[in-house]
Design a protein around this ligand. Structure first.
Ligand code: FNR
Length: 377
């Protein structure tokens, strides 16, 4: 019998990923001064041990002020590399692919670890909590809402510096052994703020009404990264494919829609981006989202149909093997990213195979715990 698509390998450039069930990037808020530690090693390692084809490390700051919280991981100095190398070595030892999301939080930076936020007004991290309220930056000097800091508008020189921070971060990620690099261009963080008409009111070449201008920073980052990482390594971009913000008096332009994102994806594909990780929202408090099973899959589907030059990943409330497999079998995505289900069940990639009556190899050390083989596949 045929191997379900979810468990068929996917080759991108020179990297072969053994299946299409991947760990979505998830902040753990457990680093100090950007340094990952053994929490991150065990946390990410467990997914590789239990059969995930690709394990993506959380949004990792390209600069100290680009972190979301003081506990976020970073990759702005060479000293960060050795622990990251330890993580990628382990992931590789389990025949899984190591990926990292590099990020700048923009105007959503300097917030507290979520589990310490007892009410919305406790969101902002002040200096006594390790925050950096004086150093918040964005395309325009407008805060997300009253529970986020008001950013300073970036100068052209500062935009060039941030571009270099991303490029240097990608270089370090390559040195640390990551096989795949993803640029975080979603959820209302810096690149997403640049892309969107609801947060980018600049009048220079990096902003304004033109989508090409708003995408310029991302495109230049992609071009720069492509020059410093091997041609053999895949480059992904996560985008908020729709912002779920309609045009109103308060927000006359409305947010970006899947149409805008398709245009952006065409430019990105030409510049050497291999996969768009199709998420949504996060850039405006007026967003209207109704989350439910697979609620973002249509974005990946539409983008994949409209732009065959890139692969896509689907994400969002994908919680069982049959659902995950159907998404890739129906051609709505090339792979699925799983977030919270992996937190609930780190063995999800093995259990999802069981749901599909598929025999997948368990780690040798664990085979004594495996149920008897139930199918011929
Ligand atoms: C996230 N998410 C997220 N997204 C991202 O692009 N970078 C990140 O670092 C994080 N961090 C993060 C932390 C935690 C604790 C959660 C729960 C989520 C979003 C995540 O990758 C995913 O897109 C969503 O959670 C939706 O997928 P699930 O969880 O429904 O499978």
């Amino acid at each position: 019998t045929k191997v379900p698509k979810l468990y068929q390998p996917l080759k991108i450039r020179n990297v072969t990923i053994k299946n299409r069930i991947w760990v979505s990037p998830m902040c753990m808020y457990s680093a100090k001064d950007g340094f990952a530690n053994d929490f991150h090693l065990v946390h990410l390692g467990q997914f590789a041990l239990h059969g995930a084809g690709l394990v993506m490390m959380e949004a990792t700051g390209v600069s100290p002020n680009g972190r979301i919280t003081p506990g976020c991981t970073g990759i702005w100095k060479d000293e960060h590399i050795p622990q990251l190398q330890k993580i990628t070595n382990f992931i590789h030892s389990q025949e899984s692919v190591a990926a990292i999301q590099i990020a700048h939080a923009g105007r959503k930076a300097s917030t507290n670890q979520p589990w310490t936020i007892t009410s919305p007004d406790k969101n902002k991290a002040d200096t006594d909590k390790g925050g950096w309220p004086e150093d918040i930056v964005a395309p325009s000097a407008i805060s997300y809402d009253k529970n986020h800091w008001t950013p300073k508008e970036l100068t052209i020189q500062q935009i060039q510096d941030i571009k270099n921070d991303f490029i240097n971060a990608a270089k370090r990620a390559d040195q640390a052994g990551f096989d795949v690099i993803e640029i975080h261009g979603a959820h209302g963080y810096l690149i997403s703020e640049f892309l969107s008409p609801v947060s980018n009111f600049r009048t220079d070449q990096y902003g304004g009404k033109s989508l090409e201008n708003r995408a310029r920073l991302l495109v230049e980052i992609v071009q720069g990264i492509r020059k410093v990482i091997p041609q053999t390594k895949p480059l992904f971009v996560r985008l908020s494919c729709t912002e779920w913000v309609e045009s109103t008096n308060e927000v006359p332009t409305g947010g970006n829609t899947i149409k805008d994102t398709i245009e952006i994806s065409k430019i990105l594909a030409q510049e050497g981006v291999d996969l768009i990780d199709c998420s949504s929202g996060g850039n405006h408090p007026n967003q209207k989202i109704s989350p439910g099973p697979g609620y973002q899959v249509f974005l990946s589907d539409e983008l994949r149909q409209a732009n065959p030059q890139v692969l896509t990943g689907a994400v969002g409330i994908i919680v069982n093997g049959k659902q995950a497999n159907q998404i890739v079998e129906e051609g709505k995505a090339d792979a699925v990213f799983i977030g919270r289900q992996f937190l609930r069940d780190p063995t999800f990639a093995l259990n999802a195979a069981e749901d599909l009556d598929l025999f997948v190899k368990w780690p040798s050390q664990y085979t004594f715990g495996r149920k008897k083989r139930t199918s011929k596949t």
